[in-house]
Write a protein that binds this ligand. Sequence first.
Ligand code: BES
Ligand code: MN
Ligand code: ZN
Length: 461
Amino acid sequence: MPHPLLASPDDAATPIHLVTEKTWPAVLDALPPLAAGFAKAQKFEPKSGAHCLLPDNEGGLLAIVFGLDAADAKRRDPFLVGKLPGLLPEGTYRLEPAPDDAALAVLAWLLGSYAFTRYRSRPERLARLVPPVGVDAEEMARIAEAVSRGRDLINTPANDLGPEALEEAVRSLAERYGATVSSIVGDDLIAGNFRMIHAVGRASASAPRLVDLVWGAEDAPKITLVGKGVCFDTGGLDIKPSSSMLLMKKDMGGAAAALATAEMIMGAGMPVRLRVLIPAVENAISGSAFRPGDILQSRKGLTVEIGNTDAEGRLILADALALADEEKPDLVVDFSTLTGAARVALGPDLPPFYTEDESLAAEISSLSLEVNDPVWRLPLWPPYASQLDSKIADINHIGGPMAGSITAALFLRRFVTESPHIHFDIYGWTNAAKPGRPEGGEVQAARLIYALVKKRYVGRS
Ligand code: BES
Ligand code: MN
Ligand code: ZN
């Protein structure tokens, strides 16, 4: 079997009756009297997301009923089935009838079964599912595994996932798929002309680095993923208040999303030449920390005035994006937990994306709905670019107090001039558990970019 939680069609399985207001009376009618009586006694109503475990005549488990109205669920939460593995006892189950989007239901099941177990064992969720006929179970299993590994990286605290450990994670992923990895570490970043990555990361006891993974045939279409790898963001000398710092182990969520996307692409053997660039640093505080007012030399050639050391992500991304741009790939995608302003605008579950490519934007918006990896386009509004003017350098890296996610995106744009580029300002975290989305790290936009690559180069999503 491709996944420990996916069963084979011949396995004995407890049915989960998916019911709507319309179908419930007939399902109820067909139940043995004891089970039907029990459902009535529980006051089960076939509302989307409601469930009831039904007994057989010996008191064993006969079946489950689960309210699922396709249209309603699509509007409210296409992952609704992802609630089930957390509600059911160990066993093997099948969905009856198969839901409208059966592949998404299988994925929701697997993603909803995730738990972060590195530091404490959890009661194992062992509700296995027989995938409905026609679902590519291997593919869903691969996607779920890639997401789980990405979530693990985000959930791992900075004392166990500093820049060096993040590089190790890239190397172990590469090993699994025969990719090659190189890295530029510490003072070599200066010689290599990545001074902004060096400046942001040099105050940490774990040296800053740029990790570069390459996979696939040299002559295939070139896709380059860039992920913000700030293993911890104290804010630097512009130190964050404790409430804002508490979750900042997740500031490498962009790197985790890029790596999860890469794992999906390599695992499926997509016909592309993939490159993943991870600038991995800790934005720490020490005597060698970079300062507000410093002027840094960027790889692109622009001098950058530092307005606030807490806007570190765009600096390391700028140097990595400039490198990505040099070989003019067919697409550059960056994932970054870049601004608090993006959360103010759209909330934690709907990351904004930015691109000047209209057809790419339309493709992204429609795929995002299709695979239930929600994102929303915001504009690279040119008049706001003047907020980044500096009096003594080519550019300042921060704008004024408003439109913070947009000005950050406009800053990044200055460093990608030769290739189509899409930037995701992700949150990287689920604050309150939802079906298929347990509380904790989340690799937003990863499944979406995998779907884009698949659609473009394999011809279906
Ligand atoms: N990593 C943060 C952004 C962030 C904060 C993302 C909370 C998700 C949740 C980033 O490095 C940062 O601190 N940005 C500053 C920029 C400001 C100083 C211009 C911000 O958004 O406050
Ligand atoms: Mn910051
Ligand atoms: Zn940050």
